[in-house]
Write a protein that binds this ligand. Structure first.
Ligand code: CP3
Length: 347
């Protein structure tokens, strides 16, 4: 048994008010984050410092009393651990030494992830030790397709020209990269669970850029292997999949990967959300920019979301991460709204 509202929902229970956490709940919109970030040096130095990573993970919990903490880290620690150096430049986002052929994949070191990421697992243990038992600790990793997109493009991309060119030109070589990422992801998430994570989320942020056959090969199949690999080691581990912008391919993703719950992006219509909720717990999908606006537009949408989705297993969240210009007061107001609206509609 658990006394965590979020793991109850992941188990299929209806909880009112619904548990709430927010993607990127620790980050630049918080002054206390900006202070620690400055002290830490680079963004990756912060990710690899267990004390500071634990501290910034706890900042939004202390400030807002959210129902879950998400490990402060990044999806790019896996490529960094594999031997694809990652750096973050102000205003440019991440920059990686690109991997573009089979020879480069053969040089990656799967074994190195667990030693390079040891400080990440140490952070998980510290967070769990300081977090109330009523709050869920979420571990995470990027989906293999999304991580591959950063590794092959060498950073953020709009067109995905390099990765798509390689994927179609040399399927065995590209598959070798996906295979390495699948193994590294199973290892990385298992270590987080062993250190104290209660559940994990797979961020497949670029799921939406693939045509259906490639979505099957490079999103659905690898995710299924990760889910199987994790459950082999940790039976019943709750796993949230977040196949962002995948439209109607979300149905296939859900039925074939066996994730425990699905995160819905802002573009998912309520009719589709309700249909999915008949199959599994759902999480989402408030527009992060509504949280920037606040006011009556925000209140109206929160009431709508709760009116429509809170009568089934539901975790309140955004449809994508909090943006840096979000006023922290709007986050506090959102949490109060969710808790009060749900009381009214069930009372
Ligand atoms: O949700 C949380 O609070 C946990 C922490 C978290 C971060 N990144 C911290 C972060 C999580 C879950 C991520 C996931 C992540 N990282 C994704 C998947 C989710 C998504 O947003 O689609 C992706 C694609 C990345 C890769 C990444 N990391 C990019 C593209 C960037 C730069 C973007 C930017 O806004 O500059 C990052 C940096 C990053 N990761 C920051 C934070 C708080 C900002 C870095 C800073 O403090 O300067």
């Amino acid at each position: 048994m658990t006394d965590q509202s979020m793991t109850c929902v992941l188990d299929g229970a209806l909880v009112s008010p619904p548990p709430i956490w927010l993607m990127r709940q620790a980050g630049r919109y918080l002054p206390e984050y900006r202070k620690i970030r400055q002290e830490a040096g680079s963004f990756l130095d912060l990710c690899y410092n267990p004390d500071l990573a634990a501290e910034v993970t706890m900042q939004p919990i202390r400030r807002f009393d959210l129902d879950a903490a998400i490990l402060f880290s990044d999806i790019l620690v896996i490529p960094d651990g594999l031997g694809i150096p990652v750096r973050f430049e102000e205003g440019r986002g991440p920059i990686l030494d690109p991997v573009r052929d089979h020879e480069a994949v053969k040089r990656l070191d799967t074994e190195a992830v667990r030693s390079r990421c040891a400080p990440v697992y140490e952070a998980v243990a510290k967070i769990r030790a300081g977090l109330s038992n009523t709050k869920t600790l979420i571990g995470f990793a990027g989906g293999p397709w999304t991580v591959a997109a950063y590794a092959v493009e060498g950073g953020s991309s709009k067109g995905f020209g390099e990765i798509k060119a390689w994927m179609w030109r040399d399927p065995p070589g590209f598959r070798a990269l996906i295979d390495v990422l699948v193994e590294a992801t199973i290892e990385h998430l298992s270590r987080q669970v062993e250190a104290g994570a209660d559940c994990v989320q797979l961020f497949e942020s670029w799921a939406g850029v693939l045509p259906e056959p490639e979505f099957q090969c490079y999103v659905v199949d690898p995710t299924r292997r990760i889910v199987d690999g994790l459950r082999f080691r940790h039976a019943n581990l709750p796993i949230i999949g977040f196949p962002r912008a995948a439209g109607h391919m979300i149905e296939t993703y859900v039925s074939e990967t066996k994730v425990s719950a699905v995160g819905l992006d802002t573009g998912v219509p309520m009719a589709q959300a309700l249909a999915l909720q008949r199959k599994l717990p759902i999480q989402g999908n408030l527009d992060p920019l509504l949280l920037v606006s606040g006011g009556t537009a925000l209140r109206q949408r929160v009431e709508d979301l709760i009116g429509i989705l809170a009568s089934g297993p539901f975790i309140f969240n955004l449809g994508h991460g909090i943006v840096p210009q979000t006023p922290p007061d709007h986050v506090a107001a959102l949490i109060t709204m969710v808790r009060e609206t749900a009381q009214v509609s069930s009372g």
